[in-house]
Ligand binder design. Sequence first.
Ligand code: F6R
Length: 598
Amino acid sequence: MCGIIGYVGDGHDTADVLLDGLSGLEYRGYDSAGIALANATLDVFKREGEVSALESALEGADVHGGAVGIGHTRWSTHGPPSDANAHPHTDERNRVAVVHNGIIENYQEIRDELTAAGVTFVSETDTEVVPHLIGQALDAGYDPEEAFRRAVDRIEGSYAIAAVFVGSETIYAARESSPLVLGVGDEGHYLASDVPAFVEYTDRVIYLDDGEFARIEEGGIVVTDREGLVVETSIETIEWDPEETGKSGYDHYMQKEIYEQPTSLRQCLRGRVDELEGEIVLEELADLAVEGPVQFVACGTSYHAALYGSALLQERGIPAQAFLASEYASERVPVGEDHLVVGVTQSGETADTMRALREASAAGAETLAVTNVVASSAARECDHALYIRAGPEIGVAATKTFASQQVALTALACVIGGGDSREVVRGLRSVPDKVQTVLDESTAREVAAEYVDADAYFFIGRHYQYPVALEGALKMKEITYKHAEGFAAGELKHGPLALVTERTPVFALVTGDGEIARKTIGNVKEVEARGAPVVAVTDGQSDVEQYADHVLRVPTSTPVAAATVANVQLQLVAYWVANMLGRSIDKPRNLAKSVTVE
Ligand code: F6R
């Protein structure tokens, strides 16, 4: 996820509009930022770091004046944060500057082709192919608009792209599966990934659709389709509180991040599923050879994802185990050169996980970071890195990153485990849509209202749903400050059943209609018989509803995918209970987003 902004007009200072806009978009990425101003010359300024680093770099520079410009704040996917990888990117002759949000799936093929034609690349990004393609088309005699369209036609994947040309006062833009909104002002026009970027200047907007192009000039905006035919657009007036910048209209970042999951999951899968073969392709792990057991090390929510990952590998006959990173010590755990040790860490900076990875590496193991942050410590220090591509997560409680960890670990298990992955691939591909269905139809708010005063909350599940039970309880504890506990459903009768009363709702994860569902229903009956309210999270395939006081319905999925889909209901219940209790949802007491002490 990155943020883009553009402005054309002479009512405001272009550089100021771009920098203000980038600050409003920093929630979408903040590892580097840049702007391009098109005058008689094309001037590009970019810096690694937050927008403030770019602002400091521009102090005293001659950037003011000029009627058109674009800007970008980056969350790395291809190439680590650096000045060179920051956007905008230009062609070799500095005639065009481009900003992009999304992933270009066929960039390697295009890059190879351009390199063979003599083009020199200066960054490791997928985006840089675009200005070079445009440059080639300009060389071939096409005008800027046609050159832009031809370049966009060549790329596959997701994009919101904007380009400015030397000596021109027009912004060209295109959209496919990445957000892009145009702002219609009295003193100029705007484009951005999201409304907060320009809401202080105008509240009139045009939402671009997939496959549409825009030509934005001071005199007006023209939107066209792929064939170049003009599309009729409607201008909407939005209500927006500038204070809400970054939350896109949601009350909390956590809520927004829960609702972003269909998008972040699609981003995680993009370019990694071979639809024809029914296979997973993880190009970044092409030289990963797993010869022995696999150990996972992780903390908190990431540990729950690690438990899920180890279950996936065990199912494929690979000896795998998940360790709490703080409990992992190479002198106690047998680890050697034939081991792969996987650090699952959203931030890539958690001290406990880093220590465990370093110990494993010192013992000769191969190491792999499964992380959200490109060039984080884990990504840099491990032998391999697999990015979950969830985009920045601002809420302290992990939500969308857990879902993306689950999906990335499923992909990893297919690659390491080999064999026929068709069913898993099918399940994975449908996860974003099924999560969307849950978000659209969930009755979690009513369930939360029913049990907001409960003494404690219990969560039970088996197999792939066991880590989800643990995660459901962790979310509830973190943001409601109330007691919650997750159990393997079969363990309940070995002690925890003593805690169960009519004031302790039990959330039971029951998906499918097989042996696992049947046994969990047995455990549901045990709590029901003791008077505890039961909330079944179910796809309706079994008869668990008969024993439940409330049902949180999820669409039917494959067993692997069901764990990701069902978890969303628990995120929503925790969110609404915390909301009703008036808790500090995005910054719960005593907690920090990244824990860099052991
Ligand atoms: C819970 C949560 C924490 C983190 C844990 C590990 O919502 O966010 O439990 O999962 O601190 O953090 P990472 O994944 O950054 O290593």
